[in-house]
Design a protein around this ligand. Sequence first.
Ligand code: UT7
Length: 330
Amino acid sequence: MTEPSRDIVRSVIKGCGSALPHRVMTNADMSKIVDTSDEWIVERTGIRARHIAGEGETTRSLGALAAKRALEHAGIAASAVDLIIVATATPDQTFPATATLIQADLGITKGAAFDVQAVCSGFVYALTVADAMIKAGQAQCVLVIGSETFSRILDWTDRGTCVLFGDGAGAIVLAAETHPDSRLSPGVLVSRIHSDGRYHDKLYVDGGPSTTQTVGHLRMEGREVFKHAVGNIAAVMEEAMLAAGVGPAEVDWFVPHQANRRILEGTAKKLGIPEDRIVMTLDRHGNTSAASIPLAFDAAVKDGRIAKGDLVLFEAMGGGFTWGAVLARF
Ligand code: UT7
């Protein structure tokens, strides 16, 4: 006789939203700035265009707009939110946290708001922290936002990096709900995060308040990052699926960090995932760091690909190195 499954608290995704700067920059536009070509960028990365923040568009403004759209989509009032976590490596100011600025923009005065810094893995880290706080009973309704303006920390003379990144924001609303302890129930099933600081100098910004008193510019040894990406991403995806007791065939949608088409294809091949179950937006968004996963998720929910009840795997790898994966039923 099997025991009836007990009820547990789950962090359930109630809605999502996103925001992109108005200006679109194509690969042809890039080739007017640095010695590059549409052919090279598409072949090596899969990127065709990216949005670039203009005057008045910042990590705060994009994040606040994405959050408003996510609340609207969820049908939840801002007053219900008791925690805001913003994943960003490009805050409006060194402090206070961009999360508190967005909290003020949304007219929220209760609960807490803070930023999480894990660069491109930021959204996976923020989602992991939000889920843990909901399960610990510390929060009931959480806005998890990934918002970035990497165009402002790029070295626009370095063709090896400036063609790769874009700006944007995405957000989800998570709510505490009680459901049977089953992988068929909605909400976050498993999350796994990792870091290895020995690689801190492979992808970093060469400035900061405590060292140079400047903001600095993004520096990357692309080939080194690439080398580690496929292995780390595939390993953490397998770890998350194993912990949840599901195989790749049971996952309806893979929503990866959008860094490079070749990384996504390599990971898919390694795990035997058909490419038509991977949400890819990097062709039009570029790499938007912590914003890329919620931007891709929102796109696939709004165009009807990801439906309620679908099992979704989010994964990312970024500077630090940091990497992680979250498995959730929508
Ligand atoms: O989001 C966080 C995680 N980040 C990533 O996952 C990024 C991982 N890395 C990558 O995606 C790839 O390494 C890049 C797309 C950054 C670079 O691709 P690659 O195939 O590793 O190229 P490479 O850096 O080895 O450069 C190959 C050649 C070089 O020329 P030589 O030395 O062979 O003559 C570069 O100078 O391509 C040249 N190159 C370019 N050529 C035209 C580098 N950037 C460009 C460019 N346009 N924009």
